[in-house]
Design a protein around this ligand. Structure first.
Ligand code: ZN
Ligand code: ZN
Length: 253
């Protein structure tokens, strides 16, 4: 589809299915400029570790070069994930929750992927990650869903965001190599040991040679305990990936 055709299609869709702002119900988009301005898009990077009570995890150095080498605190240095880029951290914002919720649950606003990806892009820009050095030789990989979940939702929300990021960042998306072969329970509800058991054998790499030596950016909607992303990073590194970074729209502590 060329640009003009896409515009015509968008016009027809907007006519019959008008979009309303999830913040204020104003017609025109899922997130109007006024409500978007209320979001606290982060200009900083934080470590992978979880917040203990009211404390925030360590804020990392601003210099993108040092963030690239050292995207985490001392405590997390043995983790497979090299670091996490998260656009909307820490704040218990109703609007953030609503955006994520409507993206994943009925009536499934799949098109929210564009809005959410643009929030991530804004985070990359204001946190100084709009450099070639960070993205060159990178590939985007969405956290996969198991077959059952995919069937219910009809799409993988992380893949939809990754598709949009791929267009803007101009780096390839590989969505069929890391797959989920086991259904898992939400990690939030489990103890540390249960989490490990829950995730064991859940992910698989179909074609390791495609990932060998690559810098991988794993994309997910929400970063909660981090254990799913860490397990995917472990599997990817075992398959030969050079480094694995996480990208999440928001993190929930
Ligand atoms: Zn609004
Ligand atoms: Zn840490």
């Amino acid at each position: 589809m060329d640009n003009k055709e896409q515009k015509n299609k968008d016009f027809v869709l907007d006519l019959f299915f008008p979009k309303f702002c999830l913040g204020c119900q104003k017609e025109g988009s899922y997130l109007c400029d006024d409500c978007r301005a209320l979001l606290d898009i982060s200009e900083f990077d934080y470590c992978l570790c979880q917040v203990q009570k009211a404390l925030r995890p360590s804020r990392l150095l601003q210099d993108p070069k040092s963030a690239q080498k050292d995207g985490k605190c001392q405590k997390c240095r043995n983790k497979n994930l090299s670091g996490l880029y998260s656009a909307l951290p820490y704040k218990e914002k109703q609007l953030t929750k609503k955006l994520i919720y409507q993206f994943k649950y009925q009536p499934y606003l799949k098109d929210l992927a564009k809005t959410l990806a643009s929030i991530l892009i804004e985070h990359f820009i204001i946190s100084g990650k709009n450099t070639n050095e960070i993205w060159e030789n990178g590939v985007l990989i969405p956290i996969p869903l198991d077959k059952k979940k995919l069937k219910i939702r009809g799409y993988n929300q992380s893949e939809e965001v990754a598709k949009e990021l791929s267009k803007v960042l101009q780096i390839p998306l590989i969505a069929d190599n890391l797959i989920k072969i086991k259904s898992t329970k939400p990690q939030m509800e489990l103890s540390k040991e249960e989490r490990e058991r829950n995730l064991a054998g859940a992910f698989m790499i179909k074609n390791p040679s495609e990932l060998a030596g690559k810098k991988i950016f794993l994309v997910d909607d929400v970063y909660t305990t981090g254990s799913t992303m860490e397990e995917c990073a472990r599997v990817l590194k075992n398959a030969g990936a050079k480094s694995v970074w996480g990208i999440a729209i928001t993190r929930e502590e």
